[in-house]
Design a protein around this ligand. Structure first.
Ligand code: C5P
Length: 220
């Protein structure tokens, strides 16, 4: 089995409020995207493609090892992953799609995803339980229902796929349909998605508080 990693790093990161794309924001002196690439390679991925904002290609090239391929992303995450898939070299039979916004994902998570793929799963996601009470609210902000949390999971990345399965699922996804992760794309094509244990350290950096927490984690 050979695996290519696609790092989605073409987002603007508006919610972080930084002066540059989120993936280039430093954490302990290294851009978030560099952490994400290192995690994939340490965890057992053979090659990496990073999907970048077209206007920032030079900055990403300067921040990453030369062996990493760069490809221009699109306006949405779905478009960016499509571009990454199209640019991946022909050798790999499995694909791991990872968010640059999850810099401190332990390589063990990558290893678990790869092991489940090797055991025959066509699609694999790392997940964590939901610990808060979870409710439905109406437009006025009034709680209308409570959702039983026991069967709920929070889904992280990297998500792993049999390559032909992921390519076919993206090809079948109608233009204009935007989904927030890749497991949703394969589920839309009727493919079962297997869960492995995620890790709290793989938390996504979205708002400034997340970056603060990540900084504390690195210093430990
Ligand atoms: O916006 P969000 O935090 O959900 O983005 C998840 C990941 O998808 C980020 O790493 C971001 O860089 C990436 N992304 C992308 N292309 C876009 C939007 C987001 O690669 N157009």
């Amino acid at each position: 089995m050979s695996a290519v990693g696609i790092v989605a790093a073409a987002g603007s990161g508006l919610r972080l409020g930084a002066d540059r794309p989120k993936a280039l924001v430093p954490l302990a002196g290294r851009p978030l995207v560099a952490w994400a690439v290192e995690t994939l390679l340490t965890g057992g991925v053979d090659e990496v493609v990073v999907v970048v904002p077209p206007a920032e290609r030079a900055a990403f090239a300067a921040a990453l090892p030369g062996a990493v391929a760069l490809v221009d992303g699109g306006d949405t995450r779905t478009a960016s992953v499509r571009a990454g898939l199209a640019a991946a070299g022909p050798g790999a039979d499995t694909v791991l799609v990872h968010d640059a916004a999850r810099p401190l994902t332990p390589p063990d998570v990558v290893t678990r995803v790869l092991a489940a793929l090797a055991a025959g799963a066509p699609a694999v996601v790392p997940v964590l339980p939901v610990v808060d009470t979870t409710v439905v609210v109406d437009e006025a902000g009034t709680v209308t229902d409570a959702v039983p949390r026991a069967p709920l999971r929070r889904v992280q990345t990297p998500q792993g796929f049999d390559r032909a399965t992921l390519v076919a699922a993206y090809a079948a996804l109608p233009d204009g349909v935007e989904l927030t992760d890749d497991a949703a794309v394969v589920r839309a094509a009727g493919i079962p998605v297997t869960c492995v244990d995620g890790d709290e350290r793989a938390a996504k950096v979205t708002i400034p508080h997340d970056l603060h927490l990540a900084g504390l984690q690195v210093r430990r």
